[in-house]
Design a protein around this ligand. Structure first.
Ligand code: CP3
Length: 351
């Protein structure tokens, strides 16, 4: 198969057809955090190396990406990486602390600290990511797209400012409200860096990318529109010249119309709103990804099947539904239930 045949195969995959809102034989599905700790195959690799070693060793990142895709039979692979390592070459001192998750030891606590975050001048220091993309693309079946990703500007800014995850985002919002100039400067450095990083993922072999605005749900619609949306939109406008963008935001259905205005070929939605209501807010001209409550996966299989049917029913009659959870799969999930979910979507999503 030469490279244009391979490109044809991937562009005509279930997933890419759905992105373009073309009819598909069945509903494509992938699972956020599909390659993580709930999989025994992943844990076997993790016992040998730390999380950051896994992210920075292309052979291993490739192995866990491909294994998860093959074990689950999903319609897309997602690059194994993390949101935060791109902040390291920008000056953030990042560590993954056992049992606690990511910690940034030198957070940007005050407005005067924002100068310490340097926009990436080149993506050379993240070469391990692009090497992983090349390896994965080579090993994946030709009709399975590879998704790249990055954190959205707000979610990355909140990590830089809070130094880790946060309950109320007090420091982040304080900077936003008290010093809009510093906030804007910080967001602009992030925007330029994210664009460069995503473009290189696409150039290395990703067919689409997801922008994770995992923490934006803490904002009111007015604050999202004023402090966040222009920056997210600027990332999406630049990157979608190269490949489709999945604009994923979680935690606050009141933000859906602003999320749509920020752009993206696919809107990622969580379970706090029915898929039909979300789609009505977005309008017909966009694909939608979601939106089963990840806790549904703990249910008995017949209940899980019923709940799968319910999500599919709300998308019935529209082209462009990509099935996913509304947020990442939990680390104590039974892998058999995740595999069952993928099979149910393929069976019940047939049209
Ligand atoms: O979806 C995938 O399978 C691809 C890989 C992926 C990871 N993190 C691997 C990971 C992706 C897309 C992410 C995104 C990410 N990383 C987000 C957005 C998540 C979302 O769903 O909205 C965030 C907030 C992060 C930052 C991060 N990385 C946290 C908060 C943690 C610790 C807590 C947790 O959820 O595990 C990580 C570590 C991390 N990233 C792990 C994995 C598999 C667990 C590491 C381990 O101990 O093996």
């Amino acid at each position: 198969m030469n490279s244009s045949d391979a490109d044809f195969a991937v562009q005509n995959s279930l997933f890419m057809k759905a992105v373009r809102q073309e009819p598909t034989e069945t509903t494509p599905v992938w699972i956020m955090r599909q390659a993580g700790r709930y999989l025994p195959e992943y844990m076997a690799v993790r016992r040998q190396v730390s999380f950051i070693e896994l992210c920075t060793t292309p052979e291993l990142a490739c192995e866990v990406t491909i294994t998860a895709r093959n074990v689950l039979g999903v319609d897309a692979a997602i690059l194994f990486a993390d949101l935060l390592p791109m902040l390291q070459p920008m000056g953030m001192d990042l560590e993954y602390v056992k049992g606690e998750g990511p910690v940034i030891h030198n957070p940007l606590t005050r407005a005067m600290d924002v100068d310490r975050l340097k926009a990436l001048e080149s993506v050379e220091s993240l070469q391990f990511v692009f090497d992983a993309v090349r390896m994965i693309r080579k090993e994946l079946p030709k009709d399975i797209p590879l998704l790249g990703f990055a954190g959205a500007p707000f979610t990355l800014a909140s990590y830089c400012i809070e130094g880790g995850s946060s309950r109320n985002y007090v420091s982040t919002k304080s900077m936003m409200y008290n010093d809009e100039g510093a906030w804007t400067a910080l967001m602009k450095s992030l925007v330029d860096s994210i664009v460069m990083y995503l473009r290189e993922q696409i150039a290395s072999g990703c067919q689409a990318v997801q922008l994770f605005d995992s923490w934006a749900g803490c904002l009111s619609p007015a604050d999202y529109r004023r402090y966040v949306m222009p920056h997210t939109k600027s990332v999406i406008d630049s990157v979608s010249q190269d490949a489709p963008v999945i604009n994923f935001l979680t935690g606050n259905p009141a933000l859906l119309s602003a999320q749509r205005e920020a752009g993206g070929q696919v809107m990622g939605v969580d379970w706090r709103i029915g898929l039909d209501d979300a789609w009505n807010i977005f309008g017909p001209d966009v694909a939608v990804q979601g939106n089963m409550d990840p806790v549904s996966l703990y249910a008995e299989l017949p209940v899980l099947k019923q709940r799968t049917q319910e999500v599919l029913d709300l998308a019935r009659g529209r082209n462009g539904h990509i099935f996913n959870l509304g947020h990442g799969v939990m680390p104590d999930m039974n892998p058999d239930h995740v595999k069952a979910l993928v099979d149910y979507v393929h069976q019940l999503g047939t049209r």
